[in-house]
Design a protein around this ligand. Structure first.
Ligand code: ATP
Ligand code: MG
Length: 593
């Protein structure tokens, strides 16, 4: 390809819309263009990158025995109603774009394909003899994200590889899950990415294993915790740890202590000289359940700990055996809206009476009471007295008369001791989730009545796994991990071109001829090569080559008359002056060893 013919529009200035480096670089180097919020055009250079990633993904999926397919993007609502997800995905903060056709039938634009594939499997796979089957596709997904941002990182239209496997037994599912784990490690390695596998939240399904692959980068939206012995890594949503010990409160009689204006743990402890670990703080939430009930929650936690919203949602869902569509804090505004004005915000105790809910218009009349183990394990502690501006000092669960269900509801944090090894501590890193593998179990096959006949002639629901890779997000994550002050440094396997021949001065006959000759030789050797034959100044061409991040550059300049060229490695910036024949041989060896 000739740069003179390439659609290459680079920008000198950093586009205001882009907050993170990879997004800025992709815009500046002319890889992508914004069309709308979370909607991007992949320009020719970007499309080459995406196709290279796709090729790696395809090769590794095929090698692992998966079969490629292509499923529709328009999903009839009935499929999602059958799985029970239509409501959650379309109402409120649901992320599915949905529409009506001319007959008034409802459809959704596929954000993921469990429904479509599970229903097909039920029709096509009748016997255990046909199992296991692993089907994958690479296509555009649609999600009406609440906060589309960071370019391709969180788009509303993006490319995903998704695979779904069907099994006659859980053991067989585990085998394929293990194969996918291996395939994913190879995919990310081949793409030049440092991706860490971490334990991930499996949502309300419980039990089933799930693992995310995180590209570590400061711009990542996820927080991951990694043990310093290298044995454990988990998304914070899921991570467990041993909390630091509480600072003991000397035993003594219970006292009521006036605390006017001290509504936060911080102000309370500052004013009274208490340690936050001696306080039980109480947080109230309202959970919207999938049967449309609004369930008030009362959660107790030790004052120095942070609540983990994912763990709370999972606990509610498991205890009540219902899906949680939304969970938000109860605020003083709710007092008016629900016509309850009894909640003493700032001095709530774990034993806040259900009476405060009696006037509520749409809420359930009793709290679901949950406690983190850091709170329930405290001997004597400080907590709100359920009366404005009053706290109880030296109280206990026995004095309070009720102890909440004790669970793990807090965030593990950097510095915490690991559960698997008390000698090891957790450290924090930010990560970009580029892949997720998941043992789904039978949730979808049961809901959708998707069954096969087993060895004993009985029908049963399939065991299922699902495996996603964010192809377009991965491309940008690669830039986040590989760039410098001058631009992108694409890993060779996914670079839009492997090499660029830059003719410093195309008016110079000798340079032009040698440049063309090298271009032809490299093409003949199967190198993905670009020639910059523009009538621009050499400096402009070098800048562009650096910005778009082609791994190797051959500069044909003044020394062309002696047959000498410069070979430049983009990432190390190492420069070699070589006779042109040697440069070509060296390059071909480096690219295709
Ligand atoms: P996230 O937690 O980032 O919202 P998710 O867990 O909803 O992602 P999955 O349903 O597991 O995502 O989708 C599989 C993969 O698709 C993710 O691992 C991620 O790499 C990619 N992905 C998900 N949402 C987006 C998006 N809005 N834009 C680009 N890629 C995405
Ligand atoms: Mg995920």
């Amino acid at each position: 390809m000739r740069v003179s013919r390439l659609l290459l529009v680079t920008l000198r200035d950093v586009p205001a819309e882009a907050e993170i480096t990879s997004h800025q670089l992709l815009l500046r180097a002319g890889f992508i263009r914004r069309v709308g919020s979370g909607i991007y055009a992949y320009l020719p250079l970007m499309w080459r990158v995406l196709q290279k990633i796709t090729t790696v993904v395809r090769e590794e999926m095929n090698r692992a025995g998966a079969q490629e397919t292509l499923l529709p993007q328009l999903h009839p609502a009935e499929l999602w109603q059958k799985s029970g997800r239509w409501q959650g995905y379309t109402a409120g903060e649901g992320i599915m774009f949905h529409l009506e056709d001319r007959q008034g039938r409802e459809l959704g634009l596929g954000p993921t394909h469990e429904e479509v594939i599970t229903s097909l499997a039920g029709e096509l796979l009748r016997s255990y003899r046909q199992l296991p089957v692993n089907l994958y596709q690479i296509q555009t997904k649609f999600r009406d994200e609440i906060r589309p941002r960071f370019g391709l990182m969180r788009g509303r239209e993006f490319i995903m590889k998704d695979a779904y496997s069907f099994h006659a037994s859980e053991a067989d599912l585990r085998d394929t899950y293990g194969d996918m784990d291996q395939a994913y490690r190879r995919i990310f390695e081949r793409c030049g990415l440092d991706a860490v596998p971490v334990d991930a939240d499996s949502g309300a399904i419980g039990g089933a294993a799930s693992q995310e692959f995180m590209v570590t980068a400061d711009a990542g939206e996820d927080l991951i915790l990694i043990s310093d012995d290298g044995q454990y890594a988990a998304n914070q949503e899921k991570a467990v740890s041993i909390p630091s010990a509480a600072s003991p409160l000397p035993y003594g009689p219970e006292e009521s202590i006036p605390t006017p204006g001290l509504g936060s743990i911080e102000s309370l402890c500052d004013a009274k000289g208490w340690d936050p670990s001696q306080v039980v703080k109480v947080l109230l939430f309202i959970a919207k359940l999938d049967d449309d009930t609004l369930q008030p929650l009362l959660v107790s936690l030790r004052g120095d700990q942070e609540l983990n919203p994912t763990k709370v949602v999972n606990a509610v869902s498991q205890i009540l055996n219902k899906g949680v569509l939304d969970c938000r804090p109860i605020t003083p505004d709710d007092n008016n809206r629900q016509q309850i004005d009894l909640i003493p915000f700032g001095s709530i105790g774990p034993d806040l009476s259900d009476d405060v809910l009696q006037g509520a218009k749409t809420w359930e009349p009793t709290f679901l009471r949950l406690g983190d183990e850091t709170a329930s394990e405290l001997g004597n502690f400080i907590c709100g007295a359920n009366r404005p501006d009053l706290h109880r000092f030296n109280t206990s669960w026995a004095a309070i008369g009720q102890k909440p269900v004790s669970l793990d509801l807090r965030n593990a944090r950097a510095g915490d001791v690991c559960t698997h090894n008390p000698e090891s501590r957790l450290t924090e890193k930010r990560g970009i989730e580029v892949g997720h593998i998941f043992q789904l179990g039978r949730k979808y096959s049961e809901a959708m009545e998707s069954r096969f006949t087993n060895e004993n002639g009985k029908t049963e629901p399939f065991w299922m796994g699902c495996y996603g890779i964010g192809v377009s997000r991965l491309a940008q994550a690669a830039v986040e991990q590989h760039h410098d002050d001058s631009g992108i440094c694409w890993p060779t396997a996914i670079a839009p071109f492997e090499a660029i021949v830059v003719v410093a001065n195309v008016q110079d006959e000798t340079q032009a001829q040698l440049g063309e000759a090298l271009y032809t030789q490299l093409q003949a050797a199967g190198v993905d090569v670009l020639i910059d034959d523009r009538k621009e100044r050499a400096g402009v061409k070098f800048k562009d080559a650096d910005l778009i991040g082609i791994p190797w550059r051959i500069v044909v300049g003044r020394d062309a008359s002696e047959g000498t060229v410069e070979l430049v490695c983009r990432s190390s910036r190492e420069v070699q002056e070589l006779p042109h024949t040697e440069a070509v041989t060296y390059l071909i060896k480096a690219l295709h060893p």
